[in-house]
Design a protein around this ligand. Structure first.
Ligand SMILES: [Fe+2]
Ligand SMILES: [Fe+2]
Length: 153
């Protein structure tokens, strides 16, 4: 692996660690019981946290989305490129769900309502999708960086 490839791989690993840590912190917050007035406040806090998380994800997705990332990593085989394309399509679904959650939290916040069980479930379900997505990416980059033996070898 050359210096640029090494830098890309370590930046991705670092960012994936930060994404996991943010999701864990929000999940812990969701699981913490609160009294009613604090529940209303929590909707607003959560909205700020998820909005900040969305901006981090947008910054994280941008280089992944750029077509030249895989070429920098030296990916040439069609199967890996196809897998990478499938993974990249998931960014749109994740972004759409994040916007949906922010809109729901915005409505709850404006109405002075507490977080609903449905919203909590949607956040947890989105985080599960995002964790699977990042896991697939880790597999993909591992495959690129440490290619296994070819059938002929
Ligand atoms: Fe991604
Ligand atoms: Fe990623």
């Amino acid at each position: 692996m050359n210096a640029l490839q090494h830098k890309i791989a370590s930046t991705l690993a670092e960012e994936h660690g930060a994404v996991r840590a943010t999701m864990r912190a929000i999940e812990l917050e969701l699981a913490r019981p609160r009294s009613h007035p604090a529940e209303v406040e929590r909707v607003r806090d959560l909205m700020e946290e998820i909005r900040a998380f969305r901006h981090c994800l947008q910054r994280h997705f941008r280089p992944e989305q750029a077509g030249d990332l895989l070429s920098v990593m030296g990916v040439v085989d069609a199967a890996t490129i196809r897998l990478a394309e499938q993974i990249l399509v998931q960014h749109e679904s994740i972004e759409g769900r994040l916007l949906g959650i922010l809109s729901e939290l915005g409505q709850l916040g404006e109405a002075g309502c507490a977080l609903t069980e449905r919203s909590k479930q949607e956040i947890r379900s989105l985080f599960a999708q995002l964790a699977r997505h990042e896991h697939l990416e880790n597999d993909l980059y591992r495959r690129v960086v440490e290619p296994g033996p070819t059938p002929e070898s």
